[in-house]
Design a protein around this ligand. Sequence first.
Ligand code: GRF
Length: 362
Amino acid sequence: MTKILDRTEASKVGALHEGKTIVFTNGCFDILHVGHVRYLAAARRLGDVLVVGLNSDDSVRQLKGPGRPLNPEEDRAEILAALEAVNHVVVFNEKRATNLVRELAPNIYAKGGDYTTDTLDPDEVAALREIGARIEILPLVRGKSTTGLLKSNSAAMKLRLGVLGSGKGSNFRAIMEAIKEGWVEAEVRIVISDVEDAGILKLAHEFDVPSRYVPPGRFRTKLESEIEHQIVQILRDRDVELVVLAGFMRVLKEVLLNAFPGRIINIHPSLLPKFRGLYAWTQALNAHEKVTGCTVHYVDAGVDTGEILGQRTVAILPDDTAERLHARIQTAEHLLLPSVIAEIARKRSNRSSTSDERDKRG
Ligand code: GRF
């Protein structure tokens, strides 16, 4: 008899193993991890023969939602059957194993410690009573669970950001809100400011994001290279992948640029290449433009010169003031910056799943 049984074969398990103690357990075994292996070994030790009822793909979907199972039932059955502790695997299509329990009539029914005798399904308990099976709750293996694995995997999928800002931090807020809303797969690991009382530092505190004030040194528009080294260290300590300049009012130099090549972006309040540098909205207004906007670009050694990643336009109204125009540009920035970050995060996660595929084939 093969290890993987259909329902008819399963009902003959008792006869097949005459005089042996049959232990039954059931579950989804969505991604098999060491917690399962140890649990199944402990279940087998309760008797002589271990039969695992495996929820079919349909029943896993009903129990855990449309994103599951992660592995199809044939694969899950084959993996379980390969375990030394497992004698038989039976796929069942119902949400609960009650019918299968009746058909199999095991001596012992084993369950993981996420259940108690009170939380077991009452129909299942009634079926077990009918056939006179003993219920054994086995302790869970601490720290080993499918949910835990999925959680740490989804943390690994997030793009790790370091945000540098000198001002009130409204762009940082927009990034945090977009992350919360779930459309930017990223997390802000650290906020750094060169201004001790900058709003962005207070906001970081509000959002519970670690933050650091780094005294900027003696220059007005750039940082001393020693200070750039300090910032690089802070970013590396937090394993930052992408540095976001969100209103950082200093030009970056070699140390930072070389530490994060092609991995620093900036938001600028004009449609680059027009109006680089400070007060770009006033420059646009004074130049009698009809349209301006904002740009997210990679940072290179020039001032606002790097490759453009995205732009949004903002109309200049006949009676505009610099303040009103700047406010509307900022509203556009708050949409543009998170959407560019979302795009970078998407590309990165496509890249890593392609390389996962390559590893599997390799
Ligand atoms: C923005 O207007 C941005 O374009 C410029 O600095 C400002 C930052 O504002 N580089 P905030 O600190 O994000 O509110």
